[in-house]
Design a binder for this molecule. Sequence first.
Ligand code: GUN
Length: 281
Amino acid sequence: MQLIDGKALAKKVQDSVSTGVEQLKQEKNIVPGLAVLLIGDDPASHSYVKMKAKACEKVGFYSITHNMPDTISQDEIIATIEMMNNNPRIDGILVQLPLPKHVDTDKILEVIDPTKDVDGFHPYNVGRLVTGLDGFVACTPLGVMKMFEEYNIDLKSKDVCVVGASNIVGKPMASLLLNAEATVTVTHIFTKDLKTHTSKADIVVVGVGVPGLIKEDMVKDGAIVIDIGINRREDGSLVGDVDFANVSAKCSYITPVPGGVGPMTIAMLLSNTLKAAKGRI
Ligand code: GUN
């Protein structure tokens, strides 16, 4: 069994972004800028945004966080996004999800200029991904693809089971895998018998937020298991969606939690923001 070291790979991506930022500064006098909108006081969101801001600082980006109370109106959020769309110093706009209940998330995401949509959530970029065209791709699934590439894991003709069908993870993950010529099965909360699907797969990618969902008897010998889940236990420790202690013994490759996919999400956000800045006219 080999561990896929997301922390080390994220550092590698971050170093290459730092180099790209230096070049952009020297050659075109451009400093990539990221604006983050953080609405409400969800502790997990605050912690993620803090990590994102710190990462931006490390690679030499200009970054601003708009911190808004959860009583803010949808129109005020839209006005802030429009301001960022028109701000020439801002290359990337990220609205941290989830949003408060009174806000229509789909409507908010559609206001973001697709050329600044570094989260890849705008329907324009989702459509380009599905069609196999270049655009911005959601950071977590993009980070998983980077892991496959780094470890020379060939996806062509592999049977891959994606567990979870969210817009943020499962659906873009499935599109990327399909574009890489894998045979993809997407399972979700209404899937009749999850084990039937996971146990046939060469690769299982799971991101649902259910601690220990994937058990030893649900994966085949030699499987590759990618755990996107980040669940906080009562004692404050983090666990994934995979019962790592028992599943890992059967795997050829597996990602740990923490230190697996998590750090890749932020690394790919940096990479997407640099890409947006390079596209600045
Ligand atoms: N909430 C959970 N994951 C993400 C993400 O990748 N981007 C944003 N904007 N919000 C999230």
